[in-house]
Ligand binder design. Structure first.
Ligand SMILES: [Zn+2]
Length: 300
């Protein structure tokens, strides 16, 4: 795909076809920067350069548990991955315009426009009514390049929340209204206030779905756990586990559209001295602790 993306600020008063203007992504629950929906099941995520490099160089084993990244955008240069999805290889998105409101996303510096974006697969694609859970993974959130102040702040946040003891912290949750329940919506600030009991109750509420769906969830979580167990030297500092479940499945819903689980947000993740970081040995015990906590709740 030749992703012909333009920035509204560079159009110099040219007319913009309304059809081409991107829409904000409706299903976002965690994270700091607003995502944008692209056609054909993709999202545009503003990010820092480090996350672009991470997606460009990430170990193969981690690719299998991350959302598919089809393109990266650095300034005016767009590069599409060789292994991008079929849609991206076969179709051309023409004249996609990044509105200034998105360019000005508060990434790194609130006054700076974001220069970097990644085009990721949208886990809610083709779901009618998705339930979404974003759990910050691991017992440590800061990257190796963090400042002393940042390390102190992030470490305190881990200690004062469920991150340090359970390896997960609720970062966002949204369940659409059903016959039994009103809409449920929990943000990251509420998630930080949760103790073990509240976290367990919220996560159980999220997984109040059919046995069939729960089996798929378990299988996928075990698959991710297997990958992390084998990923020597990888550290997913600050990453999240994003779980999306179709709330209103029918007999015709394809299995692939029922449950999607991926690890997201790699801005502080590292492997093998990536970008001058430390080298780590063995598996990421913090993230595995989080997976085990979650599996315990789901299987409980
Ligand atoms: Zn694609």
């Amino acid at each position: 795909m030749v992703l012909n993306i333009k920035r509204a600020s560079s159009l110099d008063g040219a007319t913009v076809n309304v059809q081409d203007v991107l829409k904000p992504f409706d299903h976002q629950v965690g994270g700091h920067t607003p995502f944008t929906s692209l056609p054909n099941g993709h999202l545009l995520k503003p990010c820092d350069e480090r996350e672009i490099y991470f997606y460009q160089k990430m170990p193969k084993i981690i690719k299998s548990i991350a959302p598919k990244c089809c393109s990266t955008i650095q300034g005016s240069s767009v590069s599409t991955f060789d292994d991008s999805c079929v849609n991206c290889r076969q179709h051309q998105l023409e004249n996609v315009v990044i509105p200034e409101s998105i360019e000005g996303s508060p990434i790194l510096n609130k006054r700076k426009l974001s220069k970097n974006f990644i085009v990721l697969s949208d886990l809610t694609y083709r779901m009618k009514s998705p339930r979404i859970l974003d759990l910050k993974l691991g017992t440590r959130q800061h990257g190796d390049q963090a400042t002393v102040a940042k390390i102190a702040c992030m470490t305190a946040k881990c200690q004062s929340t469920t991150s340090a003891s359970l390896g997960i912290r609720l970062c966002g949750m949204k369940c659409p209204p059903s016959e039994q329940n009103n809409q449920i919506s929990i943000n990251k600030y509420e998630g930080r206030e949760m103790g073990k009991l509240e976290l367990f109750m919220a996560v159980r509420q999220f997984f109040n779905v059919s046995e069939t769906v729960l089996e798929v969830v378990q299988k996928k979580l075990l698959g991710i756990r297997d990958v992390l167990s084998e990923a020597d030297g990888v550290r997913l500092f600050g990453a999240s586990l994003l779980i999306v479940i179709e709330s209103e499945p029918t007999d015709f819903t394809p299995t692939d559209n029922l449950v999607r689980i991926k690890v997201v947000d790699f801005a502080n993740s590292t492997f093998d001295g990536f970008q001058g970081d430390n080298f780590y040995e063995g598996r990421d015990e913090g993230s595995i602790l989080g997976l085990d906590t979650l599996l315990g709740i789901v299987q409980g």
